[in-house]
Ligand binder design. Structure first.
Ligand SMILES: [Zn+2]
Ligand SMILES: [Zn+2]
Ligand SMILES: [Zn+2]
Length: 241
């Protein structure tokens, strides 16, 4: 009990030092901790306004899904180009057709995801949150923020190596949708790893993102909301206290 209390207090101090702050239930006494978890207030505070955390989570998850399909499209286009070069002599029509069908499917999915992100974004109240959200994204490499770079490093993405893919991605990608850090479908990461994941494994990874953000432990949600929504010098988002 004593060590758990100590952990909670030190977590409190850790989160207090960040732009986002922790919710009080996190360091509440153990005897009512379970009760408080069930009665958890899932809102976040930004200035004097309160928003349900789902507003933020839906944007983070939809943005991730859009990045996955953007990187998948890039990967398939590279594979098609490589195959075109190889098949000057003997064309492997079946593989070529499979890749093109796959590309069309992902492109369609990408369009639907763009719309889904638009729906989530349109739920953000205009002032001041949406204004700051849009203003942050006027910079094409807005995602090169230390919280998101660290997350990419922790996942073993390109930011953990010297290739510079993430920093260059907004310059090299044809479209401006789904530009950001690596997912399982990053071409460079695939070359480095040497193997691809199955569709089920990728789906599981996507599901885990949502689970981490909705965890009773706010650490990951706080890191991501810092990276996605806060503007230096503006208000911070915090848990309701
Ligand atoms: Zn990568
Ligand atoms: Zn790379
Ligand atoms: Zn990265």
């Amino acid at each position: 009990m004593a060590s758990q209390d100590m952990f909670k207090r030190s977590s409190f101090n850790l989160f207090r030092g960040r732009r986002f702050e922790a919710v009080d239930w996190y360091w509440s006494p153990e005897d009512n901790f379970k009760h408080r978890r069930h009665a958890l207030d899932t809102r976040l505070q930004y200035g004097s306004l309160k928003y349900d955390r789902e507003l933020f989570i839906s944007i983070i998850c939809n943005e991730y899904a859009l990045r996955v399909s953007a990187q998948r499209i890039e990967m398939l286009q590279k594979e098609i180009k490589a195959l075109e070069k190889l098949t000057n002599i003997e064309v492997d029509q079946i593989q070529f057709a499979q890749l093109n069908t796959g590309l069309e499917e992902v492109q369609k999915k990408h369009s639907l995801q763009k719309h889904q992100l638009y729906i989530s974004e349109s739920m953000i109240p205009e002032r001041p949150l949406k204004q700051n959200y849009d203003s942050l994204r006027r910079n094409p490499d807005w995602y090169m923020r230390h919280e998101l770079i660290q997350d990419c490093k922790d996942r073993g993405g390109c930011c953990s190596r010297g290739c510079g893919c993430c920093a260059q991605r907004y310059l090299t990608s044809e479209k401006m949708n789904g530009i950001g850090h690596c997912t399982w479908d990053c071409w460079c990461c695939l070359q480095y790893r040497g193997f691809d994941l199955s569709a089920e494994e990728k789906e599981k990874a996507e599901k885990e993102l949502g689970e981490n953000l909705r965890s009773w432990n706010p650490a990951y949600l706080l890191k991501m909301t810092d990276g996605f929504f806060t503007k230096p010098g503006r208000w911070n988002i915090s848990w309701i206290r």
